[in-house]
Write a protein that binds this ligand. Structure first.
Ligand SMILES: Cc1ncc(C[n+]2csc(CCOP(=O)(O)OP(=O)(O)O)c2C)c(N)n1
Length: 566
C-alpha cells in the first residue's frame, strides 16, 4: 500500500532534482524519515548524513556558497530545528541559497504536549525569505497533490535564488506510519512533467552606466574598495579590464579573494600605511564592491570622507556600516561591468596614486624584513604559513586571523583561492562551513582558525573523518580569544581572563587522536617545524596542526610594528 508521507516526499524531491539541486544534507531523526527515504532513493542527489544539526547547517551553507545553487537541509522536529538558526542567520546576511525542510507532527497532534513537538511555524522569523507549512500528507480526493508539491518546490527554489539569494523554510508535517510497508520503493518513483523555473537577468539602462563612467573619468583620485566576498560578485577578468580603463586605485580587503597580482595599483598594505602616515592623498570618489572592508584603520580614515560613495551590489542589505555612501546601483557587479562600454583610457597613474603605490611597495619589503625578527608573532606565523599555501584553497576563520592578514601579509600567491564566512562574523560552525566549501574543491584545502573557534565546532571532525574530506586545519592556539587583547577591556581583570579571553588549556593532540586525524604540534616557528608541517600536508589528506602562540606578546609586537616609531 502506498504511504502518502513517502509519496509526497518523492514528488517534492523529484521536482527539486529537476531544478538542478544536487546536495541534500540530512540530519538523523525519525519524523523526517519519509524525506530521508525519498531523497536518498532518487538518482543523482548527493546525500550527506549528519548527527549535529548546527554542524550540518554550516556545512550546507559552505556547499551552497561554493556552488551558488540551493542546498536542501533536512531535520526532524523539536530542538533539532532550533540548531539550524545560526546558519540561517549567516545565510540571510551572506545571501546564500538554502532550502530548509523541517519535519513536524501533523496539525492535530501539535500544541498538546506531544513528544519532541514545538511551534515550528515561522520559527526563523524574517531570517528566511519565505515560509510554508505544508498540508499533512494523505490521500486527498480531488486535489492534484503533484501540482501542489511541484509548485511548492518551484516557489522555494525561486525565493532562494531571486532576487537576492537566501534561506527559505518548508515545514513538513507527517502523520504515522512514517515507513513504507516494503523495502523496494519502485512504486514511488513516478514520472511527471516538472515545472521549469527560469530566472531573469538584470540589465541596467545604459544612461546609468554612462553616468558611472563619467563620474569616474571626471574624478582625480577614484578608489575602488574590494570588500569581503568581492570575488563572488566580480570575476578577475572583468575587474582587471575596468580598473585599468577607469584608472581606479584598488584597496584590497584580505577576504575579498583578490590579491596584488593584477596591477601595482592594487593596495594591500593600507592598514600599515594608514597606521604610520596621515598625510597621503584622499580620494574624491569611492566605489565599493563586496561588504564593508574589515579594517578599522581604513574605516576611521574614511569616516572623514565627504564625496560620492557608490555601492554596486545586488545584496539586499545596504552595505554601509559607516554611513558614508550615497549612491546604490542595485546590480550584480559582474553583469553591470560586463555591460559597460568603457572608452576612456588613461593608463598612467595620476599624481595622487603615486605616493600610495610607493608606500605600498615600501611596506611590502618592510614587512618581509620586520616579520623575520619575530618568528613567534602571530602575524609572522601567518606570513610563513601562507608562503607554503599555494595551489590550494585557503579558508580564513574569523577573529584576529583575517585582521592580522590584512595588517601584515603583503603578498598572497595568485594560485591561492581565499575564502571566508563573513555574513555575521560568527566563530561558530567555521570548520563545518569549510568542509562544505571544500567538498568539491579539487586541490588542497586549508583552514586557518583560532583555538576558541575550533573548539566551538569540534563535532564537525566526525563528519570530516567519516567522509575523508581533504582538509588541513591549522589552529593558531593562543589559549583563548586573542582578539580581545586589542581592546581596552583587556585591562579589566577580573572579569577579563575568565569571561572574555577564556583560557581553556585543552590538549588538542588528544582531540585529534580521538578522531584519528594526523596531528602536529608546533611550539616555535623554525625551518624544521615548517618542514614538518609541509611533510604532514604532503603525506596526508587530512591533518590538524596546532601552533602555540602567546596572545599578550603577539599584541605587543603588533602594536610596535604598526606604530609610528618603527
Ligand atoms: C558565535 C560567536 N560567539 C561569540 C563571538 C564573539 N567573539 C569574537 S572573537 C571571539 C574569540 C575568538 O577566539 P579564537 O577563535 O581563539 O581566535 P583569536 O581571537 O585568538 O584570534 C569571540 C568569543 C562571535 N563572534 N561569535
Amino acid at each position: 500500500m502506498i504511504n502518502p508521507n513517502i509519496q509526497w516526499s518523492f514528488i517534492l524531491a523529484q521536482q527539486f532534482r529537476y531544478l538542478d539541486i544536487e546536495d541534500i544534507v540530512i540530519c538523523s531523526g525519525s519524523r523526517n524519515s519519509p524525506l530521508t527515504l525519498a531523497f536518498n532513493d532518487i538518482e543523482n542527489f548527493n546525500c550527506h548524513s549528519f548527527i549535529d544539526e548546527r554542524s550540518a547547517s554550516f556545512f550546507a551553507i559552505g556547499l551552497a556558497k561554493n556552488s551558488n545553487k540551493p542546498v536542501i537541509l533536512i531535520s526532524t522536529s523539536g530542538t533539532a530545528v532550533g540548531n539550524f538558526y545560526p546558519a540561517i542567520m549567516e545565510a540571510k546576511h551572506a545571501n546564500i541559497p538554502l532550502i530548509v525542510i523541517t519535519a513536524d507532527r501533523s496539525h492535530e497532534e501539535r500544541l498538546y504536549g506531544a513528544n519532541q513537538t514545538t511551534d515550528q511555524i515561522k520559527i526563523y522569523g524574517d531570517k528566511v525569505k519565505w515560509f510554508v507549512d505544508l498540508a499533512t500528507p494523505s490521500n486527498l480526493n480531488g486535489v492534484d497533490v503533484k501540482l501542489y508539491l511541484k509548485k511548492i518546490a518551484a516557489q522555494a527554489y525561486e525565493h532562494s535564488m531571486f532576487d537576492t539569494n537566501g534561506p527559505i523554510h518548508i515545514n513538513f508535517p507527517f502523520r504515522k506510519p512514517l515507513e513504507p510497508t516494503q523495502l523496494d520503493l519502485t512504486e514511488y518513483r513516478i514520472d511527471f512533467k516538472p515545472i521549469k523555473v527560469i530566472l531573469p537577468e538584470y540589465t541596467f539602462d545604459s544612461k546609468y552606466i554612462k553616468s558611472l563612467i563619467d563620474r569616474c573619468t571626471s574624478s582625480s583620485f577614484p578608489i575602488l574598495l574590494l570588500g569581503p566576498d568581492a570575488h563572488r560578485e566580480i570575476s578577475k577578468d572583468v575587474l582587471t579590464k575596468f580598473v585599468s580603463q577607469l584608472n581606479l586605485t584598488v584597496f584590497v580587503d584580505p577576504l575579498s579573494g583578490f590579491k596584488s597580482d593584477i596591477s601595482d595599483r592594487f593596495i594591500l598594505n593600507y592598514d600599515v600605511i594608514l597606521s604610520k602616515h596621515d598625510d597621503l592623498p584622499t580620494p574624491d570618489l569611492i566605489i565599493q564592491i563586496g561588504m564593508m572592508p574589515i579594517s578599522s584603520v581604513l574605516q576611521n580614515w574614511l569616516s572623514k570622507y565627504k564625496h560620492d560613495w557608490i555601492i554596486i551590489s545586488n545584496n539586499s542589505n545596504f552595505r554601509d556600516s559607516i554611513s558614508k555612501s550615497n549612491i546604490w546601483y542595485k546590480a550584480h557587479p559582474n553583469s553591470f561591468f560586463s555591460q559597460t562600454p568603457i572608452t576612456s583610457i588613461e593608463n598612467e597613474p595620476n599624481q595622487s596614486v603615486k605616493p600610495w603605490i610607493e608606500k605600498n611597495q615600501f611596506y611590502s619589503k618592510y614587512l618581509d624584513v620586520e616579520l623575520k625578527k619575530y618568528p613567534n608573532f602571530e602575524g609572522s606565523i601567518l606570513f610563513e604559513l601562507m608562503q607554503k599555501m599555494t595551489n590550494c584553497q585557503l579558508i580564513i576563520g574569523n577573529s584576529s586571523i583575517p585582521r592580522l592578514i590584512g595588517e601584515f601579509i603583503s603578498k598572497i600567491d595568485s594560485s591561492t583561492v581565499i575564502n571566508s564566512m563573513r555574513g555575521l562574523s560568527g566563530i561558530d560552525g567555521m570548520v563545518s562551513y569549510s568542509l562544505g566549501h571544500s567538498l568539491k574543491f579539487h586541490a588542497s584545502n586549508f583552514l586557518l582558525i583560532g583555538d576558541l573557534s575550533f573548539i566551538h565546532d569540534l563535532n564537525s571532525l566526525l563528519f570530516m573523518k567519516q567522509n575523508n574530506i581533504s582538509m588541513h586545519i591549522v589552529v593558531i592556539n593562543n589559549n583563548g580569544g586573542g582578539i580581545f587583547e586589542r581592546l581596552p577591556i583587556s585591562k579589566f581583570d577580573p572579569p577579563y581572563e575568565q569571561f572574555l579571553f577564556h583560557k581553556h588549556n585543552l590538549n588538542f593532540e588528544n582531540i585529534a587522536k580521538s578522531f584519528n586525524i594526523p596531528y602536529l604540534k608546533i611550539e616555535s616557528m623554525t625551518k624544521i617545524s615548517l618542514d614538518s608541517f609541509n611533510k604532514n600536508v604532503v603525506n596526508n589528506n587530512q591533518s590538524i596542526t596546532e601552533i602555540l602562540t602567546n596572545a599578550k606578546t603577539s599584541e605587543k609586537i603588533r602594536r610596535e610594528l604598526l606604530s609610528n616609531k618603527s
